[in-house]
Design a protein around this ligand. Structure first.
Ligand SMILES: [Zn+2]
Length: 131
């Protein structure tokens, strides 16, 4: 599958959206008045980093789950071609920040070949999802 690079306009739109969520997090965490004068920048950064990690995990979990939904309920074995039912298996994936998200990975088992295979919407049959 060809790599599609985000345009600068798309990146700007995503950043603007996430900045808005930052304001929501401040309001939800510290209330309508915002942080008191006793809250230092270090503590603010801790809150922001917790939000960044959760935003990353939530985005990747939603995106990969929607890709998996597009695969349907059956897939042909890449070795023998037998159509096998697709199931989901949880697999924690470490991303570039070092944090983890819970990938609900599509997985099939071919009883004829006695092997598992992992179709993905973004890669050829038999490979793990490219995340
Ligand atoms: Zn097979």
């Amino acid at each position: 599958m060809a790599k599609v690079k985000l345009t600068s306009e798309e990146i700007a739109r995503i950043e603007e959206l996430a900045k808005g969520w930052g304001k929501i997090i401040v309001r939800r965490h510290w209330g309508e008045q915002g942080p008191g004068l006793d809250v230092d920048l270090n503590e603010m950064e801790e809150v922001a980093m917790a939000a960044v990690r959760a935003l990353l995990a939530g985005t990747l979990e939603a995106a990969t789950a929607q890709q998996a939904d597009q695969l349907g309920s059956e897939r042909a074995c890449p070795d023998c071609g037998r159509v096998c039912p697709l199931q989901r298996a949880p697999r924690p994936i470490v991303v570039r920040t070092g944090s983890t998200f819970d990938h609900d990975e599509p997985k099939a088992h071919c009883p004829a070949c006695r092997r598992d295979f992992f179709p993905s919407a973004s890669g050829p049959e038999g490979e793990h999802a490219r995340v």
